[in-house]
Design a protein around this ligand. Sequence first.
Ligand SMILES: NC(=O)c1ccc[n+]([C@@H]2O[C@H](COP(=O)([O-])OP(=O)(O)OC[C@H]3O[C@@H](n4cnc5c(N)ncnc54)[C@H](OP(=O)(O)O)[C@@H]3O)[C@@H](O)[C@H]2O)c1
Length: 310
Amino acid sequence: MPSRRQFLNAAAVSAGGLMLSSPTAFSFAASADAAEGPMATRPIPRTSERLPVIGMGSSGSFEVGDSAADRDPLRDVLKRFFAGGATLIDTAPSYGRAENVIGDLLAEGGWRERTFLATKLGATGRDAGQAQFAESLRKLKTDKVELLQVHNLVDWKTQLALIDDLKRQGKARYSGITHYTESGQDALAEAVQATKPDFLQINYSVISRGAEQRLFPMAQDLGVAVLINRAFDDGRLFSQVKGRELPPWAADAGITSWAQAFLKFALSHPAVTAVIPATGKPDRQSDNLLAGHGPTLTAAQRQSLIDMFA
Ligand SMILES: NC(=O)c1ccc[n+]([C@@H]2O[C@H](COP(=O)([O-])OP(=O)(O)OC[C@H]3O[C@@H](n4cnc5c(N)ncnc54)[C@H](OP(=O)(O)O)[C@@H]3O)[C@@H](O)[C@H]2O)c1
């Protein structure tokens, strides 16, 4: 739970006092539980609709079966997510049974209306894309999604055209395109430049900063929202900090864990709209959600983290 000091820091950021040179001004999402305080939000450039800065992914963590042992922790992960004022859930048809599990749990918890639901097309050819999306809707127990993204650039020209048609039909509100490696970033930049989707999704962490070179400035120029995957480098960053103290300035940034430091690192780049860490563990979800409160990192704090992992 954020302290009163964290909340006041956040209010100072909102007032502009601690903002980076960012068009992505903070304001706050209503929290289901006032005691937990409001999470920061940032605007989607094309519409100014605001998104809470911490979302969640589902690859691995939501690829489970039907048993209570599998599902109970994930129900709690979602309960904490919504109670913390978060809304954005990212999934994909290729994430095993994740779409089924998310569809079931959102329906069961009555949370669908509060969700900014993002899934993907990873198909080749228009017919295959349409069939895949129909299956996603069935599994997710919904008739539309908020964001539909081309997965890893697969057949991106055809699939983005399909997504634009689905937007016109009211089946998706925003278009997007994703990748997750440093080596995929040039091709992603070319696709973004050519098609100007509403969102791009890319990897970015303190040890994988390639997106700063081309994708982030491009997104800012074109008004494309940016979602960050792999802010923990798929969990690898945690093995690098085992037994390591937090930086001496952590408390000033409202940081009480390494997870929050890594998430705030991503959020402190002005091009970034939201970050989507994945966990199947309720306490880790609570930890991750705290990164949506208080200030992001100053330029000096960012550099200090970069130096620690260089
Ligand atoms: N091409 C694409 O479109 C693409 C590619 C990659 C990822 N994504 C999306 O982005 C999401 C995030 O990426 P990712 O899952 O690859 O990697 P990530 O979020 O960088 O890391 C996930 C790992 O971090 C661990 N973790 C999470 N919170 C933690 C915490 N507070 N403390 C310690 N460990 C923690 C998780 O373990 P536990 O589950 O055991 O907690 C998991 O092993 C994906 O789930 C997916 O939705 C999209």
